[in-house]
Design a protein around this ligand. Structure first.
Ligand SMILES: [Cu+2]
Length: 152
């Protein structure tokens, strides 16, 4: 075998790894909860270099995790699940923040206190249909005491 072939194989492997990590998540956080509160939101900035969709999320702290948007329903702001996922335009940061897109953590197993951190698993589907899984650690922040209302 010629040494040249080995080098080529090495470069290809590196390229494959880079392609798999096309999505980056910045500044993740989760809104803290009070006793008896069963739902809260997780927020972050997400950028998919080649574009794609955030199709699902999971967390060990919640029984049900959905990707939500806020939308006007008549005169009321309501949340609803994005059935087809959240679009991520290529190279553009998409902000998930209070009052906008968020990852809804429901059926919480315990209250989330400031200082703790929550593990999130995000699944992004690329334009080519390939799925990428991202493990994110989001610190819990206590922002006011107002619990996040959940209406559908
Ligand atoms: Cu929600």
């Amino acid at each position: 075998m010629k040494p040249f072939r080995l080098i080529t194989a090495g470069l290809l492997a590196t390229a494959a790894l880079t392609a798999a990590a096309q999505t980056t998540v910045k500044d993740p956080w989760v809104r803290g909860t009070v006793a008896q509160q069963k739902a809260t939101g997780a927020f972050f900035s997400i950028t998919a270099a080649q574009g794609g969709k955030l199709v699902s999320a999971a967390s060990p702290v919640a029984g049900v995790v959905e990707i939500h948007e806020m939308a006007m329903d008549g005169n009321t702001m309501k949340m609803r699940a994005l059935a087809n996922g959240l679009d991520l335009p290529a190279g553009k940061a998409v902000e998930l923040k209070p009052g906008g897109y968020h990852v809804m953590l429901m059926d919480l197993k315990a209250p989330l206190k400031a200082g703790e951190s929550v593990e999130l698993t995000l699944v992004v589907e690329g334009k080519d249909g390939k799925k990428e899984t991202l493990a994110v650690k989001a610190p819990v922040k206590a922002l006011g005491a107002a619990p996040m209302e959940h209406k559908h």
